[in-house]
Ligand binder design. Structure first.
Ligand SMILES: Cc1cc2nc3c(=O)[nH]c(=O)nc-3n(C[C@H](O)[C@H](O)[C@H](O)COP(=O)(O)OP(=O)(O)OC[C@H]3O[C@@H](n4cnc5c(N)ncnc54)[C@H](O)[C@@H]3O)c2cc1C
Length: 399
């Protein structure tokens, strides 16, 4: 029970940026900041008012994808020739940061736009780019990526889904699980074995239209967090795809995956950093307003020390992640450094969010309080995009 009379304090406008208390960031140009303002307005008008409904439904409607497409959110770094805005990864980061600052974990726009689209851009044929990218930028096509299987996700080399060449087609059999956008998706970038004898060297990627016969969507899985984004099982029973659905060369999938996982892991770090910054700001505000034993919760030394520790970790992490973003834009971010960014920020995020939730008392455990959602949504960051144990393996290999 609350020690106070009346309602708990609720920061009315959501978490602010509190940037005055942090070192100024130097990586963004004025056009990125202008775009940030438009994303912020979009999130306030088109996402926040409906977010609780999407969480309840376990999926967001197509309509908001189309609106996000029209607002330029889905095609930030897709070239203009293919229907996007032709921006760089700084623009992608701005979108992820603005969603994270409002603790918005779905729809999974970053997976669609900043994970799947780059595979097509870097490894696709001209025909594949023309077929998929304009509709992905507009939101008419929703994309997913199918790597993980019921038998295991960490050991990608062991995937059991197969694609067997048959004349001008491949015939796909197998199943995937935990696939984000699996329910809403119109296309899945699928990881399958084209030569099971070769292990990692026998993996290929396919762009599979989800309306093909033999393709089946399973349940929308009930999750601990990320509730506004759908996550599904997928089944492939003799799904026949034309050979021109192969992305990259046959048996070239592993190389493509290793290249693209760098950006995927950096995106998780970008999200984690923006989330903890917002959580700290929100918790400072909450604890200043909340009273116990005749003083504000913020004024207990325990609160101030916990928040000081968080502020210090966040500042250190911000400098590192901004440097990683910069390196990535310059094409210089290596797999090990990306693994460090993903590992460290997501472990730090869990510590900080847990303390922030604790400082909210019982209200911190209520779903309607942003800190509760942030805490639950963040848990998966240590698991997906390669678990943090796999990140440690990657880092250790280079020591
Ligand atoms: C909400 C959500 C969304 C997801 N979205 C997608 C998606 O869109 N597409 C997709 O393909 N996948 C997706 N995933 C799957 C995710 O990438 C996997 O869950 C993850 O890679 C771990 O695989 P696993 O669950 O099979 O765990 P396992 O591989 O079974 O691992 C179990 C445990 O063993 C540990 N472990 C495994 N190998 C080692 C090792 N060598 N050394 C030490 N420890 C090890 C792991 O770290 C983990 O702690 C999603 C998962 C979730 C929960």
């Amino acid at each position: 029970m609350s020690q106070n009379s009346g309602q708990p304090p609720r920061p009315a406008a959501g978490p602010g940026h509190n940037s005055g208390q942090r070192l100024p960031r130097t990586i963004f140009a004025p056009e990125h900041e202008q775009f940030r303002d438009s994303v912020r307005r979009f999130v306030a008008a088109e996402v926040l008012p409906h977010y609780a409904d999407w969480e309840e439904a376990g999926v967001a409607p197509r309509e908001v994808w189309l609106k996000a497409g029209a607002a330029g959110i889905l095609g930030t770094s897709i070239p203009e020739d293919y229907g996007g805005s032709g921006g760089d990864f700084y623009f992608d980061s701005v979108v992820v940061e603005e969603l994270s600052r409002r603790f918005i974990a779905g729809p999974a726009w970053e997976l669609h736009s900043y994970i799947v689209a780059p595979y097509i851009l870097r490894h696709g044929t001209e025909a594949q780019k023309r077929r998929w990218l304009p509709k992905m930028a507009s939101g008419e096509v929703i994309a997913s990526i199918g790597m993980t299987e019921p038998g295991g996700g960490s050991d990608l080399k062991a995937v059991r889904t197969t694609a067997v060449r048959d004349g001008g087609d491949y015939v796909i059999n197998g199943s995937k699980t935990f696939i984000t956008n699996g329910i809403a998706g119109d296309m899945v970038l699928l990881v399958a074995k084209t030569d099971p004898k070769l292990g990692a060297k026998g993996i290929s990627l396919f762009l599979v239209d989800t309306s093909l016969p033999g393709y089946r969507k399973g349940r929308n899985l009930k999750k601990v967090g990320n509730k506004a984004s759908d996550t599904a099982e997928l089944f492939f029973d003799d799904v026949r795809v034309p050979a021109d659905c192969l992305l990259g060369g046959e048996n070239d999938g592993w190389r493509c995956l290793m290249t693209e996982l760098v950006q995927e892991r950096l995106l998780v770090a970008v999200r984690a950093m923006a989330t903890v910054e917002a959580a700290l700001d929100e918790t400072v505000e909450y604890t200043r307003l909340r009273k116990a034993f005749g003083q504000s919760v913020f004024d207990f030394q325990n609160t101030r020390f916990k928040l000081a520790d968080a502020a210090a970790e966040i500042q250190v992490g911000r400098i590192f992640v901004d440097r990683c973003i910069q390196l990535h834009v310059e094409g210089q971010l290596d797999a090990r450094t990306a693994a460090m960014a993903k590992l460290w920020t997501t472990e730090m995020q869990q510590r900080v969010l847990d303390e922030c939730l604790q400082l909210h008392g019982g209200y911190g455990y209520m779903w309607e309080f942003p800190i509760a959602r942030a805490w639950a949504d963040a848990r998966v960051h240590r698991i997906y995009a390669g678990s943090n144990e796999i990140m440690r393996e990657i880092i250790a290999r280079g020591l």
